[in-house]
Structures are given as structure tokens and as C-alpha cells.
Design a protein around this ligand. Structure first.
Ligand code: 5GP
Length: 181
């Protein structure tokens, strides 16, 4: 099968993603020039974004990974954030930037931000590739946003549906019949 056959439309092309990454990388490089930040990548969706982003930055950045789950294989948030893999290092006194694929309800990042406050991070910022503003349930403010997206289920460039479509090079909307089956 071809993954692209299941895509109804392309929302953000490879070229647009490249442009977004350039702009975010330039801003982050400026803001974190002498801070040696820890970029905490939220698995698995943000991996492609993180790896493209940091390669455009010419400042020291440490990279750590966390795996949290709130979705299972479905497309609706359970609102239940579980830590599946925690960091290997302490964030006390460090400048932390969460790297996220998409902020939807906001529950994941609200929970992570609270947790990292208790761990005494010096500063905590959020960098998300996509912001699905319409669906917000809690008040989280992203400091760096690639672009906003409408309230549709998107896949590609790291984002999955039932672990599929992550390796599409663009962000697209899935044909509804795929998740209605
Ligand atoms: P939140 O806690 O903000 O509701 O959800 C954040 C997580 O939900 C994201 O990291 C992502 O894994 C998942 N998510 C939210 N909206 C979408 C979407 O449109 N497509 C995909 N593939 N995942 C989504």
C-alpha cells in the first residue's frame, strides 16, 4: 500500500515545514545563545521535528526524551497523561524547552509543565510545531509555535494514526474512512 493514498489533503508541505523549522531555529538560537538548554522531546511524534530543528541551530543544545501517553490508538484524548519513559538527567536549575509535535487539548503539556516545576527547572518553555487552538481544554501557552492547524486529525512528519503515517514527509489530513472503519 502507499501511505499517500490514505491522505485527503496535504496541510503543510515539506517546503513549508523546512521554512517553519528555519524560523523557529533562528529564534531559539537567539533566545538560548548562552544558556545550554535541555530540549525535552516528547516521544514519539516530535522526533522528526526535533531532529530537523536542532540541525539548523549552531548553539549547544542537550537533547532528552520523554514518552507520555494520553491517546492509545484512538484519535480522542482520554485526558489521562501517563509517563511511559522519564528523563535520564536532572533538570534542576536548567533551562528546559519542551519540543512537541502538536498541542491539542493542552493536557499533556500542562501536566509536564507542572511536573518540571516541582523538579526545579530554572525556566520552562514550550516549542510546538503545530497548535490546534480550537480544542484547548486547559490554559497552556506555547512560547514557540510553528503554525496553527484547524481542528482536524492530522498525520505525517512524526504524527501517527495507530502507529502509521509517521514517516510521511509532510503533514496531511487522513481520509475519514480510515479511522471510521
Ligand atoms: P494534548 O494533550 O494537547 O491533547 O495532546 C497532545 C498529543 O495528542 C500530541 O502530542 C499528539 O500525540 C496527540 N494529538 C493531538 N492531536 C492530534 C492529531 O491531530 N493527530 C495526531 N496524530 N496526534 C494528535
Amino acid at each position: 500500500m502507499r501511505l499517500s493514498d490514505d491522505i485527503e489533503k496535504v496541510l503543510i508541505s515539506e517546503e513549508q515545514l523546512e521554512q517553519i523549522n528555519e524560523e523557529l531555529a533562528a529564534q531559539l538560537s537567539k533566545d538560548y545563545a548562552d544558556k545550554n538548554p535541555i530540549f525535552v522531546c516528547v516521544l514519539k511524534g516530535a522526533v522528526l521535528f526535533l531532529t530537523d530543528l536542532v540541525r539548523k541551530m549552531d548553539i549547544p543544545v542537550e537533547i532528552e526524551f520523554m514518552d507520555v501517553s494520553s491517546y492509545g490508538d484512538g484519535i480522542k484524548s482520554s485526558g489521562d497523561v501517563k509517563i511511559l519513559k522519564d528523563l535520564d538527567v536532572s533538570v534542576a536549575g536548567r533551562d528546559v524547552v519542551f519540543i512537541e509535535d502538536i498541542v491539542d487539548t493542552g493536557l499533556t503539556l500542562a501536566a509536564l509543565t507542572e511536573l518540571f516545576k516541582t523538579r526545579n527547572a530554572k525556566s520552562i518553555k514550550i516549542c510546538t510545531l503545530l497548535d490546534k487552538k480550537e480544542n484547548r481544554q486547559v490554559n497552556v501557552k506555547s512560547d514557540y509555535i510553528g503554525t496553527t492547524v484547524p481542528n482536524e486529525f492530522v498525520v505525517g512528519y512524526g504524527l501517527d494514526y495507530a502507529e502509521k503515517y509517521r514517516n510521511l514527509p509532510y503533514i496531511g489530513v487522513l481520509k475519514p474512512e480510515i479511522y471510521q472503519n
